[in-house]
Design a binder for this molecule. Structure first.
Ligand code: F6R
Length: 613
């Protein structure tokens, strides 16, 4: 999970940046670097490995001066190496960048810049940003204007910090499309930037959180925030309480809300180090998956509890569709009692946020006892589910504190999509073109998620309309059917409203009797292969007087004209659509519960990790 720190002021930037990066170490990273402006020149130190390696390098070859920008990188484009570590300097040596996110159009930009003779010195998408900024600057415009043009040209969810020797008194930064956060820290005669509060909390408690498509021009005694389209922004200055919990919550009221928003960054981090966009390939080294092993697998059991099990249901669609291996999902508490048919060619794949859920661990044990291949997808590093597995995929989302699981639902959806591609590749059941397309689609995910986050105020309005409902049916089909289960679970666990997830096609076999003016029906209706079927579901609910709330793809007038309320989502490749359709449902549950005045982070009777049977 990339970390970013910036400093502009009278002191040497490097120690402040290194200290800040140390406080972000918990996010994980595989290389680190710092750049400062010293006597009108850009000076950079960077290395692969841990921060200590960079500190050792700085010991041998110190870096003085300010402003400065620093970065810890988790590889997405290009291997973890000194050459790919940030910061990246442009060909003129006058600009330098650090970046968090994925530049979706980097291949096109790289081609255009390459045709102009720009030389690329790394495999990263990040480097295109600095070359593009220099290219824009060459038109004779100011640093600010060149940065603004650059921010408009890059696509995807990105946070960018730039320095220029032409105007060495400032850092220009932007948050585009919600790639994680960037916070501006306001000091006395010095100012800071960081990807997370703890990095700079020892220097200042006065902070501004940049919104999507906002940029800041920061000098030691001034800050100016505008949208990247040039509209003035009057930012709110937050005073952060000095205790760790408030610092962790930052601008959000609850951990759950923070974690919902954090998914943009968590999804970016999920891809980090695993996806090679250039080659169109997936790497999951901790899974220990060889071509021989992949070819041997005849069946996969996915086992998990609650939200994690619903993630597994989406995984079933993905693995069966992409890798053509039969998959069965068995909830953790049932697995060992169902006498599952496990042999040495069967994978038992456990999914768990905590990695300590007793039923899930028991299912893994059962798989082990029967001689199966035991894998896990786990968030808590070093947990039992990680330790006892033959191979694992680490969720890379960071700690999840809110009891209702959010980011530990969407991350394993991406993990299973990647696993499906890797299995298909190693088993030779996928052609290169399809593989490349599937891998390439992953680039879109963080930005699409960020766009849903931008619609929170609209979701909140719908929450106000629904705050007094007594129950709700959630319907979905195909790959979005498990999202009905998950949406309903989110609502019931934090708002204590009864909610039921149902496969939409099953309605006519019984539950349709429930529908009247008192029973709202939430239909998950994105533009996926089951769209038409879901439309007829909406019609049936309307015909019985039910209030319909739909999750629908932007621009879908058909749904707009039928539903009473619509939660809009951007269009996504259908196999990735559950990652996007679940987001407004998490927000909806969150807002209904807070409007009802409930303890969202610690709902009654629930524990974050269920370590008993
Ligand atoms: C729901 C929720 C639970 C957990 C379940 C499994 O929001 O949090 O349903 O998903 O208890 O927990 P883990 O993933 O820790 O095994």
């Amino acid at each position: 999970m990339c970390g970013i720190v910036g400093y502009v002021g009278p002191k040497d930037a490097t120690p402040i940046i290194i200290n800040g990066l140390k406080r972000l170490e918990y996010r994980g990273y595989d290389s680190a670097g710092v750049a400062v402006i010293n006597n009108g020149q850009i000076d950079v130190r960077r290395d692969a490995g841990k921060l200590q390696q960079l500190v050792d390098l700085l010991g041998k070859s110190p870096l003085t001066g300010a402003p400065g920008i620093g970065h810890t990188r988790w590889a997405t484009h290009g291997a973890p190496s000194a050459r790919n570590a940030h910061p990246h300097v442009g060909n003129t040596g006058k600009m330098v960048v650090v970046h968090n996110g994925i530049v979706e159009n980097f291949l096109e930009l790289k081609e255009e810049l390459g045709a102009e003779g720009v030389i690329f010195n790394s495999d990263t998408d990040t480097e295109t940003i600095v070359h593009l900024a220099e290219h824009n600057k060459a038109a004779g415009i100011s640093f600010e204007e060149a940065a603004r043009r650059t921010f408009k040209q890059i696509e995807g969810a990105n946070v960018v910090l730039l320095l220029s020797t032409d105007e060495p008194d400032k850092i220009i930064a932007a948050r585009i499309g919600n790639a994680g956060g960037i916070v501006v820290g306001l000091g006395e005669g010095e100012n800071y930037l960081a990807s997370d509060i703890p990095a700079i909390l020892e220097h200042t408690r006065r902070m501004i959180f940049l919104e999507s498509r906002q940029m800041v021009v920061l000098t030691k005694d001034s800050f100016r925030i505008e949208t990247i389209d040039g509209e003035e922004v009057k930012p709110e200055i937050h005073t952060i309480a000095f205790d760790a919990v408030s610092a962790e919550k930052g601008e959000y009221r609850h951990f759950m809300q923070k974690e919902i928003h954090e998914q943009v960054r968590a999804l970016t981090d999920t891809l980090a180090g695993r996806v090679d966009f250039k080659e169109g390939r997936i790497r999951l080294p901790e899974l220990n998956l060889t071509p021989e092993l992949a070819k041997r697998i005849q069946r996969i059991y996915i086992t998990a509890c609650g939200t994690a099990a619903y993630a597994g249901m989406v995984g079933k669609y993905l693995i069966e569709k992409i890798a053509r291996i039969p998959v069965e999902v068995v909830i953790g508490s049932e697995f060992r009692y169902s006498d599952p048919i496990v042999d040495e060619n069967t994978v038992v794949l456990a999914i768990s946020q905590s990695g300590e859920t007793a039923d899930t661990l028991a299912a893994m044990e059962e798989g082990r006892k029967k001689g199966g291949i035991v894998w896990s997808i786990v968030n808590a590093i070093g947990s039992q589910a990680m330790r006892v597995a033959d191979g694992y995929i680490s969720m890379q989302t960071g700690p999840e504190i809110g009891v209702a699981s959010t980011k530990a639902f969407t991350a394993p959806l991406v993990d299973q999509y990647m696993l499906a591609i890797l299995l298909a590749d190693l088993r030779g059941v996928i052609d290169e073109k399809t593989r490349r397309e599937l891998v390439s689609d992953l680039r879109l995910v963080p930005d699409l998620a960020g766009r849903v986050m931008d619609s929170e105020a609209d979701v909140e309005k719908v929450a106000h309309a629904l705050k007094d409902i007594k129950g709700c049916l959630y319907l979905g089909r195909g790959i979005n059917m498990p999202i009905a289960y998950e949406g309903a679970l989110k609502l019931k666990e934090i708002s204590y409203i009864h909610a039921e997830g149902y496969p939409a096609g099953e309605m006519k076999h019984g539950p349709i009797a429930l529908i009247d003016e008192e029973m709202p029906v939430l239909c998950i209706t994105p533009k996926d292969p089951w769209h038409e079927k879901m439309i007829s579901q909406i019609q049936q609910a309307k015909a019985r007087g039910g209030m319909v709330i739909a999750v629908a793809t932007e621009g879908d007038d058909l749904v707009k004209n039928m539903a009473d309320h619509v939660l809009w989502v951007p269009e996504a490749p259908w196999m990735l659509s559950p990652i996007i359709t679940v987001l407004p449902l998490q927000m909806l549950a969150y807002h209904i519960a807070t409007i009802r005045g409930l303890d969202v982070d610690q709902p009654r009777n629930l524990a974050k990790s269920v370590t008993v049977e």
